[in-house]
Ligand binder design. Structure first.
Ligand code: MG
Length: 209
């Protein structure tokens, strides 16, 4: 099969484009299935208290490219500064945070598998500058009895720098404690977190693997 690469980080020919402008908002919805109320123009921007949004399409194993930007004007600190997140299958969070000269707990900084895996390095760009994640995700596999046959695996490049090298989440992302895997379908929607901070996204595309 021939795949024509995109220019720069634009989607290759076989990608499913999830956001390239307002017209793609039809591919997203709120967590209760109602239309998203995030700002949708050239960029997709969180609206505090609007809640998470998720794709209407479900995904399992995939390559995901997503670009994000935290506000130029720094407000707040630690976890309150440019916090959002990429929830793979709606369950496993790759943290989005303004981690540029912003101290927080190390397993909660940008590019962490939140509270589980610390990024190898901090590759964050300054506030207001676009950044990218390239994520390779392998969905967990469950037996018919619901037992875990294989955990999920996540690899993340942040601005082209490897920060998570084929790590296995210990289970779904939770704020506190270790929570075991719970059997779920082989494909689930991708979701983006509303953590009360305005964070923008653009050029979101997926290649199913
Ligand atoms: Mg977050």
């Amino acid at each position: 099969e021939v795949v024509t690469p995109g220019k720069g980080t634009l989607p290759p020919s076989d990608a499913i484009v999830l956001y390239a402008g307002a017209k793609d908002m039809e591919k997203w919805e709120s967590s209760d299935g109602s239309p998203s109320t995030w700002i949708a123009d050239e960029y997709l921007t969180t609206v505090p208290k609007a809640g998470i949004i998720r794709t209407k399409q479900a995904f399992g194993d995939m390559q995901l490219h997503i670009e994000w930007r935290t506000p130029l004007e720094v407000v707040g600190n630690g976890q309150g500064r440019g916090n959002s997140g990429i929830f793979l299958m709606g369950l496993y969070e790759v943290q989005v945070l303004d981690s540029y000269e912003n101290e927080t707990y190390y397993n909660g900084q940008a590019g962490s598998i939140y509270k589980q895996h610390i990024p190898l390095v901090n590759a964050c760009r300054p506030p207001g500058v676009w950044q990218s994640y390239d994520i390779i995700f392998k969905a967990p596999v469950f037996g018919e009895d619901g037992s875990l046959e294989s955990p999920a695996y996540v690899t993340v490049l942040h601005n082209g720098v490897l920060i998570q090298n084929h790590v296995a989440p210990t289970g779904p992302t939770e704020y506190i404690g270790v929570h075991p895997y719970r059997a779920h379908p082989a494909k689930l929607p991708l979701s983006l977190q509303d953590h009360g901070n305005p964070v923008s996204f653009r050029n979101i595309w997926v290649r199913e693997l």
